[in-house]
Design a protein around this ligand. Sequence first.
Ligand SMILES: Nc1nc2c(ncn2[C@@H]2O[C@H](COP(=O)(O)OP(=O)(O)OP(=O)(O)O)[C@@H](O)[C@H]2O)c(=O)[nH]1
Ligand SMILES: [Mg+2]
Length: 231
Amino acid sequence: MAGITWHYVLKFIITGDAGVGKSSLLVRLTDQRFMTNPDPTLGVEFGSKLIEIPEQGKIVKLQCWDTAGTESFRSITRSYYRGAAGCLLVYDVTSRMSFMNARTWLEDVREHADPHLTCILVGNKVDLCEPSSPPPSPSPITHPATTLKPRQVTTEEASEWAREHDLLFVEASAKSGHNVDQAFEDASRDILDKIQRGVFDDDRSPGVKLSKPANGNVALNQGSTRAVCCS
Ligand SMILES: Nc1nc2c(ncn2[C@@H]2O[C@H](COP(=O)(O)OP(=O)(O)OP(=O)(O)O)[C@@H](O)[C@H]2O)c(=O)[nH]1
Ligand SMILES: [Mg+2]
């Protein structure tokens, strides 16, 4: 789609416990692939992607800062919160601990980020507890039960907690791609709505930038990720 430029640049942070799949969600968004054995993030990684929000007639460039879940990087990653307009707060639906810890991550976000930031709670790894299709029967191939894990956080509990804390909510799988684009689109839609209502101002809010006229030649599905920070 040559000639397309973007209307807004929106800065996002992705936060949550180590191992919940933050980097995997970002790579799924930008590269449409899944990493079975990614390295833990050291500090912060960066990825960007153009997405279209047809309801508002806008194309936005997402600039995503994928932060490390490891405690030792916390002070580095906090410094990225301030400039963000959106946040993906990620937990793993098969790990109750990661859901409980979302409270602490949210406190951090509320303390350090723009008070108007849009936050979406993302319950990742639903593929582990929801087989995509019922097992064929009878089948000569046995699917090992070890690939599935019990769900430890119900959709209802997470959705209720999200509502109480004024968060959007979605369950997703970086592995299958289920609802990954949706998570970023829902949050972007909410931010665009805030821009329209004057809550965010592209002159004053560092997480939102109005595009300058450009010559274009940007593909809508263009995405990229790269590491930017270190220990
Ligand atoms: N089954 C399944 N595994 C996933 C999914 N998302 C991530 N994983 C796996 O979970 C592990 C951790 O994924 P990462 O993306 O590195 O997690 P992270 O949150 O970025 O971790 P840190 O960078 O250490 O904070 C990897 O083995 C991934 O392959 C998912 O949706 N489904
Ligand atoms: Mg990571």
